[in-house]
Design a protein around this ligand. Structure first.
Ligand code: GDP
Ligand code: MN
Length: 407
């Protein structure tokens, strides 16, 4: 599966490949509060290549230009696809463009490094100057250096471009990718380099091993109109309307700084801390389960939430997971930290009590696992009436979670 450019660039940033400051635009109003200084470049976030030639990449000097450019881009199909997101990025002053890629040679089953000292939108020129280095033994910086020399690069660029190739290779291996491509890598007059465009293709079979990449794929994913890889459904008006009227839920999630991931399965997961969420997902997958909506409620705040705030987050988070349609069972796996376990359980009970008053109430089994002090017997007793099973051991909790979903 291909990532969108802004998603690819997030992976670039994580591994230390230089990218420009940028901002995703979901709504024209976002352009008014743009945090990056003008001039900017606005780029259609569709999976097809050739956006530059098709008119999907536009430069803007001020807000008025930017709004007009964004309107044009959002109404422009590229290979039949309309963007749901536009990437606004600082403009880079490049006087040279290079092409770099790491791809899997499916015949040789070996990674191959590709480089051309004529990068950019003219693909014939790119191809004409393409250099190839097969990584036929275990990787070392030597391979990157060899490619750079074959490309004819000189001076400081030998070192700086080699380092970028090494990072691309690390990303390729770490995330089980089929393709990592930078076209163009801009070279500024002073010789510094910048990834101006990025393409990353994830190996679909390996995707389940990389929950962080899945989160990337799903975090801003809009409704089903432009499901990844789907042919555009010929409903342009609807697509444009969706761009203007974003659904409320993602905003609510953004306000609370939750990390939300909607996957294909039936198991809802509520957890706090990225590490605990990853460990929980790993265990669910390795036990043959399939997560649906996964919500990490700690957010980026490092300090540990006070009990009142934490309970509020549990309350809001649980509602979000309960409301997601394919969820048939929920695993709540929380580190209680500063909050007594009893208060966490009471919060969950309160949410369910309230919901149970609605005639449409459809109880969903919840498996509750808390890392912290044990529940008091009085609270524990009340859980059963709302189909909540409290299990202290994580593996046992996973087993119990999978039991009903396998029926
Ligand atoms: P593609 O046509 O889909 O590959 O889209 P790109 O992201 O590669 O953009 C097309 C072209 O626009 C690039 O090859 C660059 O020449 C140019 N471009 C994109 N971003 C920037 C930028 O920040 N600064 C400058 N100067 N050029 C850019
Ligand atoms: Mn490009």
């Amino acid at each position: 599966m291909d990532l969108l450019e802004y998603q690819a660039k997030e992976l670039f940033a994580q591994i230390g490949i230089p990218i420009l400051p940028s901002q995703c635009i979901n709504h024209p109003a976002d352009l008014k509060g743009l945090k990056i200084p003008y001039p900017v470049v606005l780029k259609s976030q569709v999976r097809a290549g050739g956006r530059g030639k098709a008119g999907g990449v536009k430069f803007a000097e001020n807000t008025i230009d930017a709004v007009a450019a964004a309107q044009a881009i959002v109404n422009l199909p590229i290979m039949g696809d309309y963007p749901d997101v536009i990437l606004a990025e600082a403009k880079y002053n490049a006087d040279r463009e290079l092409y770099l890629a790491v791809v899997l040679d499916t015949h040789a089953r070996r990674p191959v490094l590709l480089g051309s000292n004529k990068g950019g939108v003219d693909l014939d020129a790119v191809m004409e100057h393409m250099q190839v280095v097969v990584v036929d033994r275990s990787f070392s910086p030597f391979y990157a250096r060899r490619l750079v020399l074959k490309m004819g690069l000189q001076g400081r660029l030998i070192q700086s471009v080699s380092q970028i190739i090494e990072k691309m290779y690390r990303l390729f291996v770490d995330k089980d990718l089929d393709v990592v491509e930078i076209n163009p890598l801009g070279v500024s007059p002073d010789g510094s380099v910048m990834a101006l465009d990025g393409k990353v293709t994830v190996n679909d079979e390996a995707l389940s091993r990389h929950p962080d990449v899945m989160e990337l794929l799903h975090q801003h994913a809009p409704g089903s109109v432009h499901a990844p890889g789907s042919i555009f459904d010929n409903n342009g008006d609807r697509a444009r309307d969706e761009w203007h009227y974003r659904p409320q839920k993602p905003d609510r999630v953004k306000d609370l700084d939750f990390h939300l991931m909607d996957l294909e399965g039936t198991i809802g997961v509520l957890s706090n801390g990225t590490g605990l969420m990853m460990a929980t997902l790993d265990l669910i997958y390795s036990s043959g389960g399939n997560p649906a909506r996964c919500l990490e409620i700690a957010g980026d705040f490092q300090g540990g939430w006070l009990a009142d705030q934490f309970c509020e987050r549990i309350d809001r988070g649980l509602e979000l997971v309960l409301d997601q349609d394919p969820v048939e069972v929920i695993l709540v796996n929380l580190m209680s930290g500063l909050t007594p376990s009893d208060r966490i359980a009471e919060t969950i009970l309160k949410v369910l009590e309230q919901r149970s008053r609605s005639p449409a109430y459809d109880p969903i089994p919840i498996i509750l696992r808390l890392v912290g002090d044990p529940l008091s017997p009085a609270i524990a007793e009340r859980l059963a009436q709302f189909q909540i099973t409290w299990i202290e051991d994580l593996e046992a909790a996973i087993k119990a979670t999978l039991a009903p979903s396998k029926l």
